[in-house]
Design a protein around this ligand. Structure first.
Ligand code: NAD
Length: 470
C-alpha cells in the first residue's frame, strides 16, 4: 500500500495524522492511502494563505506568469509518471491521462498570457474615471474525480496568476495525482501561496463555510453546487460554479452518418462518458436515424474496454462504485422501458467497475436516461422530424452546459446552435475548449465562467477610481 502522499501547507509537506483508502477502479481494491486533513490543519493552511497573500499580490505580473510557466514545465517533465498514477486512481487509459496533463500544462501557459487591462471610463474636463481589477484574497478550489488535474489547473492558474493565494482540495476518490503535483510544485511558489489538502466531502463544507476564504471555485455536481452556493452566503464569498450537464447533439438530415459517427462516439464516450461536456443525448433526423444508430453501435462494439494501464485500451472502468451502480440502475430502467439496446448493455462479472459502451435507440423522452445526467458510457439516440422540435427538446432541461449541431452546412447549423440555451454551442464539433475561450454553464449547469479574460475576472474585484478634477 502506497502511503507516500502528503498535504502541502505553508510550503511544507505535511504527513497525515489520519488516512483514507484510495481505490483502483480497475480492480475495486485499495492501492494507496491519502492523508486526511483535520479542521485545525485547514485553519493553519488558510492562515498561511492569508499571510502569503500580501506578498503574492505585490509580486509583479511577469513573475507570477513566470511561476505559472515553471509549473507548466514541471507538469510536462513529469507527465509520464503522473499519468500512470492518474490512471490508477481515475481509470482513464494512460494515453488520455497523459493528454489531460499536457492539456493542463498548455492551458496554464495560455491563460498566463492574458492581460486584464484597466478600463478608462471617463476622461473629461471634470472627471477621470478608471476601472481596475484587484485580487480577492484566498481562493478555495474544490474539484471532482473525472479529470482532477485539468479541472484543478484552470481555476488554480486563474487564481494564482491574478495574485490570489489558494487552498486546493481534490475529490476524495482521486486525491493522489493532485497531491503529487503539489509536492512537485513546492519550490515554485512562495510558502502559503499554494496549499493542497485532502479529505472527504466534509472538508469541502468546511472550506465553503470558512470565514477567511474569499472565493470558492467549485467543479462538481449540480446538487453539491447548490449547497456550495448556499454556504458561500455566510460571508458573501464570491464563487464560480462549474456543474453538471446533459448536452444534446442535434444531427441534421444533410450529414453523412458514417462519417460523423466516430466523432459523436468519441465526444460521448471518452473517459467512459464521465465528462461534464460529453454528448449525453443525440437527436438525429429521421432520414439518417437508423444508419447513424447502426454506425454508433459499430463504434461501441469495436471499442476496447479494460484496465487503463493496458496498451490499446480505449475506455477504462467507471471511476467509483457509487457511479457504477448509478449507471447500472439507469441501464435497468432503460431496459424496463422497452428501449432498443443496440450495443453493450451487458455488465461483465468480475472485479473492477467495467461497463461496456452502450447505445440505446427508440427511448422515451421522459425516461431517466434522457432526463438525467448519466455521467457514464450509455447514450440515448432520439429521433426527430423537424428542427424546431429537436431544438425544443434539446432545450427542455434545467441543464445548460453545452450542446452541438452537426450539418454539411455550417451556416445553417450555426443559426440553430445559437438558439441552444447553453454556455457553449458548437457546430460540427463538441468538447473543444481553449485557454482564451470562456467556458461555463447556463441554467443549472453553473455560474460564472472559467478561462479567458472573463474567467480571470471572476478571481478579481472590480474597483472604480473616480477623480474629480479642479
Ligand atoms: P460532487 O459534487 O459529488 O463532488 C465534487 C467535489 O465537491 C468533491 O471534491 C467533493 O468532495 C466536494 N464536496 C462534496 N460535497 C460537498 C459539500 N457539501 N460542500 C463542499 N464540497 C463538497 O461531484 P463529482 O461526483 O465529484 O463530479 C461529477 C460531477 O461534476 C458531474 O455532475 C459533472 O458533470 C460535474 N463536472 C462539471 C464540470 C464543469 O466544468 N462544468 C467539469 C467536470 C465535472
Amino acid at each position: 500500500m502506497n502511503t507516500e502522499f502528503a498535504h502541502l501547507i505553508d510550503g511544507a509537506l505535511v504527513a497525515g495524522k489520519q488516512w483514507f483508502d484510495v481505490i483502483d477502479p480497475a480492480t475495486g481494491q485499495a492501492f494507496a492511502r491519502a492523508p486526511l486533513l483535520s479542521r485545525p490543519e485547514l485553519d493553519r493552511a488558510v492562515a498561511s494563505a492569508r499571510r502569503a497573500f500580501a506578498g503574492w499580490r505585490a509580486t509583479p505580473l511577469v513573475e507570477r506568469r513566470a511561476a505559472i510557466g515553471r509549473m507548466a514545465q514541471i507538469l510536462t517533465d513529469n507527465a509520464a509518471t503522473l499519468a500512470q498514477l492518474l490512471t490508477q486512481e481515475q481509470g482513464k487509459p494512460v494515453g488520455q491521462a497523459r493528454d489531460e496533463i499536457s492539456r493542463a500544462a498548455s492551458q496554464s501557459v495560455g491563460m498566463a498570457q492574458i492581460v486584464i487591462a484597466d478600463e478608462l471610463l471617463e476622461a473629461s474636463a471634470q472627471r477621470h474615471i478608471e476601472l481596475k481589477y484587484f485580487q480577492l484574497g484566498v481562493v478555495g478550489i474544490i474539484t471532482p474525480w473525472n479529470a482532477p488535474i485539468n479541472l484543478a489547473a484552470g481555476p488554480l492558474v486563474a487564481a494564482l496568476y491574478t495574485g490570489n493565494t489558494v487552498i486546493l482540495k481534490p475529490s476524495p476518490y482521486t486525491p493522489l495525482c493532485t497531491l503529487k503535483v503539489a509536492a512537485l510544485l513546492r519550490e515554485v511558489f512562495p510558502p502559503g501561496v499554494l496549499n493542497v489538502v485532502a479529505g472527504p466531502d466534509e472538508l469541502g463544507e468546511w472550506m465553503t463555510a470558512h470565514p477567511d476564504i474569499d472565493k470558492i471555485s467549485f467543479t462538481g455536481s449540480v446538487e453539491t453546487g447548490k449547497k456550495v452556493m448556499a454556504s458561500c452566503a455566510g460571508n458573501l464569498k464570491r464563487f464560480t460554479l462549474e456543474l453538471g450537464g446533459n448536452d444534446a447533439a442535434i444531427v441534421l438530415d444533410d450529414v453523412d452518418p458514417r462519417a460523423v459517427a466516430p466523432k459523436l462516439f468519441f465526444a460521448a464516450f471518452v473517459n467512459s462518458g464521465q465528462v461534464c461536456m460529453a454528448i449525453k443525448r443525440i437527436y438525429a433526423h429521421e432520414s439518417i436515424y437508423e444508419e447513424l444508430c447502426t454506425a454508433l453501435a459499430e463504434e461501441a462494439t469495436k471499442a476496447r474496454v479494460g484496465n487503463g494501464l493496458d496498451p490499446g485500451v480505449q475506455l477504462g472502468p467507471i471511476q467509483n462504485r457509487e457511479q457504477y451502480e448509478k449507471v447500472i440502475d439507469l441501464l435497468k430502467d432503460t431496459a424496463a422501458q422497452g428501449a432498443r439496446i443496440l450495443a453493450g448493455g451487458r455488465v461483465p462479472e468480475g472485479p473492477g467497475y467495467f461497463f461496456p459502451p452502450t447505445v440505446v435507440a427508440d427511448i422515451d423522452e421522459r425516461s431517466r436516461l434522457v432526463q438525467e445526467e448519466q455521467f457514464g458510457p450509455i447514450l440515448p439516440v432520439l429521433k426527430f422530424s423537424n428542427e424546431e422540435d429537436a431544438l425544443r427538446r434539446a432545450n427542455d432541461t434545467r441543464f445548460g452546459l453545452s450542446g452541438s449541431v452537426w450539418s454539411a452546412d455550417p451556416t445553417r447549423a450555426a443559426r440553430l446552435a445559437a438558439r441552444l440555451e447553453v454556455g457553449t454551442a458548437w457546430v460540427n464539433q463538441h468538447r473543444t475548449t481553449s485557454a482564451t475561450v470562456p467556458f461555463g454553464g447556463a441554467k443549472e449547469s453553473g455560474m460564472g465562467r472559467q478561462y479567458a479574460a472573463l474567467g480571470l475576472k471572476g478571481y478579481m474585484e472590480p474597483r472604480v477610481i473616480s477623480v474629480l478634477k479642479g
